[in-house]
Design a protein around this ligand. Structure first.
Ligand code: SAM
Length: 278
């Protein structure tokens, strides 16, 4: 039986060309094909490391259609590496349909870890790292964006977004309108590049910081929101979970009484919580 090839998911630098692993270079040199988001963009990286492997384009407009051909190549025994313009493929980048199809076809998919803007930003942000949620690019439409902010309003963990330079200021103004005025956030800009910068403060202070210098609105940004401050009377997560389950079957007062007794909480707090869901 012919041996199948494997698909490597190879992380590449997010700015500083030295941020690539020995293993990544080795894999890119040895595979038969590199599927790149933008072949012209990646040609610079490959040239820098003297890699002359054949490249084909795999981007969001052709990835569904190219998927079957790539699977055939893997099944015929060729190894393929997937790279994106920067960082880890599939993280707000193309590749999901291919990886999913490889898994379904029983083909081996091997990650080659490396740079990723979300993790690079988080680890140096000074915000809590024990629990975080990455929500990718913020929606473009105003209402959808507002819903995204409302969804993280009471969040107990750090929330992280990617944002385009042309929208960063509007986004901060919008956060200032929707979230509490003292909510802390971090802007991580131009990570790993010569003009890398971190700003920490409120949304209003962040707008002032951006406006101080015209250059500040340019570049690549990761936006991190601190967890919401714990309110007095906050309910334990397990109690909220039980309350939600019971509310599907019981009147609010009855559900509140059961949960209050079980977790030694105030009935009224639970009842108020049920009203907040309406
Ligand atoms: N796959 C990439 C990764 O692993 O992070 C992300 C690709 S996504 C298309 C590009 C977005 O990631 C940018 O708009 C920006 O929000 C963020 N990003 C990428 N490189 C960055 C950098 N050097 N500094 C700050 N943000 C960066």
């Amino acid at each position: 039986m012919a041996t199948h090839g494997q698909l490597y998911i190879v992380a590449t630098p997010i700015g500083n060309l030295n941020d690539i692993t020995h293993r990544a270079i080795e894999v890119l040199q040895n595979v038969a094909i590199i599927a790149a988001e933008d072949t012209r963009h990646s040609a610079r990286l490959l040239q820098h490391y003297a890699i002359d492997t054949r490249m084909i384009a795999l981007h969001e407009h052709n990835e569904v259609q190219k998927k079957s051909w790539l699977i055939e190549q893997l099944q015929s025994g060729l190894d393929i590496a997937l790279i994106s313009d920067a960082g880890t493929p599939l993280i707000s980048d193309p590749g999901y349909p291919l990886v999913n199809a490889c898994r379904d076809a029983g083909l081996r998919v091997t990650p080659i870890p490396g740079a990723c803007a979300v993790i690079t930003a988080l680890c140096a942000s000074g915000l809590p790292t024990d629990a975080f949620q990455f929500l990718g690019f913020l929606p473009v439409k105003h209402q959808a964006r507002e819903n995204a902010f409302k969804a993280v309003q009471g969040s107990a963990c750090t929330s992280i977004f990617y944002e385009a330079p042309r929208r960063i200021k509007d986004t901060l103004l919008h956060i200032n309108e929707v979230l509490e005025a003292d909510r802390q956030l971090v802007i991580a800009k131009e990570l790993t590049k010569s003009f890398e910068q971190f700003f920490k403060g409120t949304a209003q202070q962040a707008v002032a910081w951006l406006e101080e210098e015209a250059q500040r609105e340019k570049g690549e940004f990761v936006l991190l929101l601190a967890p919401a401050k714990k309110q007095e009377g906050d309910l334990p997560a397990e109690a909220v979970q039980l309350m939600q389950a019971l509310l599907a079957e019981l009147p609010a007062k009855k559900a509140a009484a059961i949960v209050a007794e079980h977790y030694h909480l105030k009935k009224n707090d639970l009842y108020k919580y049920s009203l907040s869901l309406k």
